[in-house]
Design a protein around this ligand. Structure first.
Ligand code: GLY
Ligand code: MN
Length: 489
């Protein structure tokens, strides 16, 4: 395996010199629909876009399968495909009609007449969808409608896609509904195109920049929300449409909460700070975590945990190349963590267990490392991906260790055997209490190995060096990144 670690200046030069991909071309969306048709073979496919938000003034977000097939980001849309012999025989995009009164408030719509130019698919008004669906079902005599989208009639609360599909099919009691194409769309989404990879490189670059700003700005006495504000300012100033997920800015005990996002604690000298953030750019999600000492210098216990997590990440990264099962990487990272936690005295042995509530044997490792090693990234921050790496797959590696304050009181069941364990690990537990460390990077699998696309400082000395730099406000505007946005639009 070879990791492409290009020095930052060279990266900037390459990006400046290379033609910057514009937004994803209509031809590529057509290829995706064609690939779905080829995988489906025969039948009628309905892809359902997201509904307008029920409340006013909430930003609209298109669901990922629909965006993947159409690129269309207006609410209430739908795509109907008739597939014959593995090819698209007929397709229409149903969109909201033009309506100057509504557009006065909500902005311009493409309308049915503009749909073909905008997306490459002939348009119809969404008001005609029911009638068109009825006649296509009658004309083809099909007994099945294949739905793309989060159709789930068994959910406790029916989502927008399900409600819409139920309304549209209420008059067709004999029509079987299948969500089989969702599997095909997920498979297609698992391997990214060049245009998608380019957007992922950009959204990770903005997120790396936010980590730079964070490391330079953090100091004792600041509140977590000030760090969040700086991070999200950095995203938005270069055109990120939104954070791809709720920014996690957790200091001290909050660093041990995996998806903490209250972000409202004043940080103290001696705290660790875990910052798990990702810009959303052109629809694509970054997901990068860095953990830093609030006062700029890792304490000895912080450094020991940090280095262990970093070693686990490096071991997994070392394995990553086409053909490798992610499970193998997860196994190796867990082994490194288990050995290291044993050496630190936090667990009794790499394969030691404790007694669960029901008396079952649970690895002690899980007391401190209780999540998976990583996930795909793409339109969703947790994107579909194949279990075996291949070129074009984009994913994270994010081991962590969390020494949480409620471990003895609430997590480990109070049994005689567990009491012995707690006594054995108490000195180490007290030494490392309230240290949560996660290190998360983003990667693209290439023919040769692995491209590391999140080169924010991550070694102890790199982090301490950047944190020692003075900070008197955000970095000057990066003209290059403003141009990226201009080209993407
Ligand atoms: N960034 C949050 C997660 O991956 O779960
Ligand atoms: Mn993640």
């Amino acid at each position: 395996m070879r990791i492409l670690t290009i020095p930052l200046l060279v990266v900037v030069w390459l990006l400046a010199a290379a033609p910057v991909a514009a937004q994803i071309a209509n031809e590529e969306y057509a290829e995706r629909r064609g690939a779905l048709a080829a995988a489906t073979g025969e039948g009628l496919i309905l892809a359902v876009g997201s509904a307008a938000p029920p409340q006013d003034y909430i930003p609209f977000h298109q669901n990922s399968p629909f965006r993947y097939l159409t690129g269309f980001t207006e609410p209430d849309a739908a795509l109907l495909l008739e597939v014959r012999d593995g090819a698209i025989a007929w397709e229409r995009l149903f969109v909201n009609p033009r309506d100057p009164a509504t557009e006065t408030w909500e902005g311009y719509r493409v309308g049915p007449e503009g749909a073909r130019e905008a997306t490459g698919v002939p348009g119809r008004s969404v008001e005609e969808l029911q009638q068109v669906l009825d006649s296509v079902v009658a004309a083809t005599g099909t007994d099945e409608l294949q739905v793309v989208g989060a159709y789930d009639p068994d959910a406790a609360v029916l989502n927008d896609v399900t409600q819409r599909v139920q309304r549209l099919t209420a008059a067709h009691q004999d029509l079987q509904l299948s969500t089989a194409p969702n599997g095909e769309v997920s498979t297609l989404r698992g391997v990214k195109s060049e245009a998608e990879l380019e957007l992922l490189r950009k959204t990770t670059a903005l997120t790396v920049e936010a980590h730079h700003e964070m490391m330079r700005a953090v100091r004792p006495g600041m509140n977590e929300f000030e760090v969040q504000a700086l991070v999200e300012y950095t995203f938005r100033r270069y055109g990120s449409e939104r954070p791809a997920f709720a920014s996690i800015v957790g200091s001290g005990p909050n660093s041990t909460i995996l998806h903490y996002n209250q972000n409202d604690r004043f940080m103290e000298d001696g705290d660790i700070l875990l910052v798990d953030i990702g810009a959303g750019y052109g629809g694509y999600a970054a997901d990068i975590t860095r953990t830093v000492p609030v006062n700029g210098t890792f304490s000895e216990p912080q450094r020991e945990i940090y280095q262990l997590v970093r070693d686990a990440q490096a071991a997994a990264e070392e394995l990553a190349e086409p053909g490798v099962h992610f499970g193998q990487m997860a196994q190796v990272a867990a082994e490194v963590l288990a050995r290291g936690l044993t050496e630190l005295g936090l667990i009794e042995a790499p394969d030691a267990t404790f007694e669960g509530e029901g008396g079952q044997e649970i690895p002690q490792l899980y007391l401190f490392y209780m999540h998976g090693l990583g996930h795909g990234i793409g339109l969703d921050v947790h994107d579909p991906w194949p279990p075996v790496l291949e070129p074009g797959v984009a994913f994270t590696i994010e081991p962590g260790v969390y020494v949480r304050p409620n471990l003895f009181d609430e997590v480990i069941p109070d049994t005689p055997r567990n009491r012995e364990l707690m006594e054995a690990i108490r000195p180490a537990y007290e030494r490392y209490l309230n240290i949560g460390v996660r290190i998360e990077d983003d990667y693209i699998v290439t023919e040769e190995g692995l491209e590391w696309i999140s080169p924010a400082p991550r070694e102890v000395d790199e982090i301490e060096a950047l944190m020692a730099e003075p900070w008197d406000g955000p970095a000057p505007r990066n003209q290059e990144w403003v141009e990226w946005y201009r080209l993407m639009k």
